[in-house]
Ligand binder design. Sequence first.
Ligand code: SAH
Length: 350
Amino acid sequence: MDMTKADIGVLMGGWGEPSFRVNQVYQWLMRGVPPKEMHNIPKALRERLDVYPFGGAETLQKHPSRIDGTVKYLFQLGDGELVEGVLMRYQHGNTLCVSTQVGCRMGCAFCASTLGGLVRNLAPGEILGQVLAVERDEGGRGGQRAVTNIVLMGSGEPLDNYKNVLAFLWRVMDKEGVHVSPRNISLSTCGVVPNIYKLIDEALHITLCISLHAVDNALRSRLMPLNKTYPVEDVLKAGADYAIATGRRVIFEYALIRGVNDAREDAHTLAIRLKHMLCHVNVIPLNHVERHTPAGVTLTGVSRSWAAKFVAWLQEEHISATLRRRLGADIEGACGQLRRRVLSEQSGGG
Ligand code: SAH
């Protein structure tokens, strides 16, 4: 699953296979089908291909929400590691949220994904495998794709696994493969500034989301340790440069934490910092995660009505902002929580 069509062409060409076979194999792979099940391929070739580790992702558990059409997935990778994904249904299509790392080393104070640190990076085929597993699961309705939009917002920091994430993006956009338009792809980062610039150089034109959550350096550093390396001014500048280079507005994510970043004054400071930038603010009340900050303080979210007020304050200052819809509230939609529960059950933690 990590191989491009060209890679497969070189491999199979070396075996003297004709190019139509390469096409067939690639078509199967782009449906997430392992060699054993490639029915129109001769047995000898299937066996030859099957020697290689497959490298995709398999659906281990599926939790459909009873409230809305959201489905939470737990995927298993070749070495048994687990990652999460979420399929969200909107009027304009279905958005799949995929993971880019097992765990995360960014250490954000409010995030469940980072609690056990980074286990490992996902390979390109393992990120793609999540998309294909969901496609298979949704049953490829009359040749139509089930996944129309992709967000790299599951566990992990995509820009901390830059090379593999880029390889995934090129693969998923491939016309002969899944063929998702870059306009329908969003990548979320906690602010790995040098790699935002690398992304600008790639000229991919995907939507960039930046997890901001605070514009004061002391506060942001407490919430998001990476801010000590790349302070908020640099993050905002990189966001603005991305918007200028791509002509696409940058989305800033802002999770409201009660008594921490939720006051009218915070909205005002945020508005000042974002003025004149081609951007949009996605406001979300912090999801509760069982954990304590190093200072021993539990972080809690605000009510939706408070969050709506915060959005209105931003709008009053002419900042484009919306309150993010709450989907899958009953299925641990927030990243990292399902995996943690399953791991703790496996280890007898309950
Ligand atoms: N590492 C990337 C992408 C993964 S997280 C990033 O930081 O952007 C996806 C989003 O969920 C980020 O905006 C993150 O800050 C946010 N998030 C993490 N834990 C959360 C929580 N408990 N409540 C609300 N949002 C949370």
